[in-house]
Design a binder for this molecule. Structure first.
Ligand code: GLA
Length: 501
């Protein structure tokens, strides 16, 4: 090495360091208005020192902290994470400066294609995460007198997700009021996530373009003899990244009451960025109090995926129902994994306060009618809310028959409000029993196996007196029983359900 190159080397190193120094530091944002008029921006607030990048990435309901930056090609790979309850969630982004733009790439899942968007500089502070609000001391929110039996209705999410709109909701109300569902007990028409607009200058929540007039919509639903439900989050953003109720709890409750809302599903979502699971009770209590303060009876449905033993404190915060699981999917695997796992929660269900293993998928197309009968039977044995999640306008008669099977609904709505439990299991076959008001029992014999099965039902195994007769709730026939046991044939992924006395 000669003297000349000795001189050049530090200059090259300096230049490299300098070229890093000027670049990625800044507040970057990406996001355009959607068809509903709402802009949901992703923010990358980054600080670069040499090859080290720190900062935050705010996307939808998540607020990540950059934990690791690795130079790669002419950009960086950023690893960021957040603590979600007791679990760490991590994401990875590739970022690259191209002129005055930041190219941001990531994969939704490890096996999905790389998605690239272009972020631009925005003023410092835009999109900054709000500070953590203090929480109230715990107290008991008085029971609102609602949901003496499990709520019944319809919810937009499973079928429509972000496509729910005013016309669709009216059409569901029309269908429910005219197809026999209303007479069978279905009452609530619930709008899930994606109805939200921005807040106005006074901080009032508005609706987005899909819902031009929420009060008029509520009036319409009420005119059909039905009730209207809505959705929000205790965090700054809902799960789909729309405006949540954070810091506006009382104001939002008042707005809902003024609109004529009858039901609120309150979904944890971005509250995970501000509060721990141990603080959930106080967070939910805030909205429980706010709803009570409106003076309007609003059914309060907690959605925090069954974390923090919610069944132990759900009634304390004024909750009428609480989700016990993550999101259901329209598959046999998802529905049965959730439904058959509810056994231990039975003691926590009671009139006014229900375990909620998530909404129905009946009629959404990825299970057979026999499997949907299992869904309806199991949710009825479990005293679970019956919230249809399909398109009520275009339902096969067989699906309508499942949703409106009044004999099964009578089990779900039994006024004693005792959640059923597993009484017997052998491999893929299970028998669940629910004690009914007046001393009767509902007995459901499930076959989760891939082949049809002959199940021997021995009453003594179920700790029951042998009944002489009963009612087959799917065949709609009285049945006579003889002796201490009987053999019943159940199709694959099927159920036989009786009420006996
Ligand atoms: C969460 C809930 C779902 C639905 C979506 C909406 O995933 O668990 O039931 O409300 O949010 O974004």
């Amino acid at each position: 090495m000669n003297i000349r190159s000795f001189r050049i080397l530090p200059v090259v190193i300096l230049a490299a360091a300098f070229s890093f120094a000027a670049d990625l530091t800044g507040n970057w944002a990406v996001g355009n208005p959607g068809a509903d008029g709402v802009t949901r921006k992703t923010y990358l607030d980054l600080k670069q020192e040499g090859s080290n990048i720190t900062g935050h990435i705010r996307v939808s309901q998540f607020y990540y902290t950059v934990k690791e930056s690795t130079p790669e090609g002419d950009g960086f790979t950023l690893k960021a994470s957040l603590m979600d309850g007791h679990n760490e969630r991590t994401v990875q982004y590739q970022v690259k400066l191209v002129g005055e733009e930041l190219q941001v790439s990531n994969r939704r899942r490890a096996d999905s294609p790389l998605n690239t968007v272009v972020a631009h500089r925005v003023p410092a502070g835009e999109g900054a995460y709000p500070a953590r609000n203090p929480l109230p001391a715990l107290h008991k929110v008085p029971y609102n007198g609602l949901a003496k039996t499990p709520p019944m209705g319809w919810n937009s999410w499973n079928k429509f997700a972000g496509r729910v709109d005013d016309a669709g909701v009216r059409a569901m109300a029309d269908a429910m009021a005219s197809n026999g569902m209303k007479e069978a007990g279905y009452t609530y028409i619930n709008i899930d996530d994606t109805w939200e607009g921005e807040r106005d200058a006074k901080g009032n929540i508005t609706t987005n373009k899909k819902f031009p007039d929420m009060k008029a919509l509520a009036d319409y639903v009420h005119s059909k003899g039905l009730k209207l439900g809505i959705y929000s989050s205790p965090g700054p953003n809902t799960c789909a990244g729309y405006e949540g109720s954070y810091g506006h709890e009382e104001q939002d409750a008042k707005t809902y009451a003024a609109w004529g809302i009858d039901y609120l599903k309150y979904d944890w979502c971005s509250a995970r960025n501000l509060y721990t699971d141990e603080e959930m009770q106080a967070v939910y209590q805030k909205m429980g109090d706010a709803l009570q303060a409106t003076g309007r009876p609003i059914l309060y449905s907690l959605c925090q995926y069954g974390r923090a033993d919610v069944w132990k404190w759900g009634p304390e915060v004024g909750g009428n129902a609480w989700r016990t699981t993550g999101d259901i999917k329209d598959t046999w695997e998802s529905m049965t994994r959730i439904g058959f796992r509810q056994n231990d929660l039975a003691p926590w269900a009671a009139p006014g306060h229900w375990n909620d293993p998530d909404m129905l998928e009946i009629g959404n197309g990825h299970m057979t009618d026999t499997e949907y009968e299992v869904h309806m039977s199991l949710w009825s044995i479990l005293a679970a809310p019956l919230l249809a999640g399909n398109d009520l306008r275009e339902m096969a008669p067989s699906i309508l028959a499942i949703l409106t099977n009044r004999e099964v609904i009578a089990i779900n709505q039994d006024k004693a409000g005792k959640q059923g439990q597993r009484a017997w299991q052998s491999g893929d076959q299970e028998i669940w029993i629910r004690d009914l008001d007046g001393g009767g029992k509902a007995v459901a014999v499930f076959n989760r196996g891939a082949e049809k099965a002959d199940v021997k039902v021995k009453w003594a195994d179920l700790k029951m007196q042998a009944p002489a007769s009963g009612r087959d709730l799917w065949a709609h026939k009285d049945v006579a029983f003889q002796g201490d046991s009987l053999v019943t044939s159940i199709p694959s992924h099927g159920v036989v359900m009786w009420s006996v006395k």
